[in-house]
Design a protein around this ligand. Sequence first.
Ligand SMILES: [Zn+2]
Length: 402
Amino acid sequence: MMRRYLLLACAAAAIAPAQRVVLDTSLILDGRGGTLRNQQIVISGTKIEAVAPRKAAAAYDLRGLTVMPGWIDTHVHLNWHFDAAHKYTGGRGDTPASDALYTAENAWLTLHGGFTTVQSVGAAIDAAVRDRINSGALPGPRILTSLSQINERSGDPDAIRDLVRRTKSEGGDLIKIFATTGMSAGGAQSMSDQQIQAACGEAKSLGLRTLVHAIGAAGAKAAILAGCTAIEHGSYVDDAALDLMVQHGVYFDPNFLVLHNYLDNRASFDFPAASFTSLENAIAPTAEILRRARARKVKIVLGTDAVAGAHGRNAEEFVYRVRDAGDRPMDAIVSATSMAAESLNLQSTIGAVAPGLEADLVAVEGNPLEDITAVRRVVFVMKGGRIYRNAARAPVKSTSVK
Ligand SMILES: [Zn+2]
């Protein structure tokens, strides 16, 4: 207990923010679908105090850039990495030290790429890195973690309820389950209805959300009916599953980056050729399901399922969704900001450029509404009022402005 107090005291001292900071902007996409022009963002401590027309001297000039809320990736695996030979070993050969370092490295790459919050699902090492980031000792995004994953081999419903309770007591932020097999196995339901109900029911009773890996329709429907929170992938779900998502307020996260990332890094992943074929074959159906989900007004969030090779490139998900799947740029951005925040139950903390919210901001060169590849040109990243990346330009001289 004592140790905990000391840690908190040090953390507070380390991250005590410098009073008030003013940013000049010419274009803000507010994360809720709105566009604001020629505004100043006034930051006090860790929070946005005001968004208003220019009236004071600004410390940073972000005019000419597009400013957005810090992006949120609802599905990553921060501990996945290649080894020194650029091969994926599934963590074989890792020591606790290398595991921690790779995870911290991936966290930093992710933040540098404009993502100020991620949900990592999940490995136990996430928690240590999350806590070091929260203390101000390491640079990285806000991390929510499931610590582990539950699947059809996790035991009977009672054993699964125990696992959920243990995850909660060990500091997990959410539960992750596999309701279906993987893409190459066809995505059929793998956990029984009873197992899924045990996981999502117990999680809900403890105030935890449940993220569900579901490729095909049967597993997705069972999860939606069991009160789970979000469906990941969904490449082969049907319209009835999409309608159920709407009825039950379930979030949907079709992931493209993970598919492309495996294909782009074939040489590093020791998979059979048929697996790569099934990943490749899933791209077009995933795009089709995204379009149908949009038409049905499903609540769509942005997640990447970032694994080894994808950390720091999370923003490619925007490009795949908009350029290849026909998503509207503003919709994709809302998916990664206010809608993602709502899916994490953090809508009053993050996900918009608005007074009272945490000062999590990303600025890019160009306008992603006109050219979605602008999301690759991140030049400024702020999290909780603290600047982690600023290639924009030097701070403006603080001359007084009438
Ligand atoms: Zn995943």
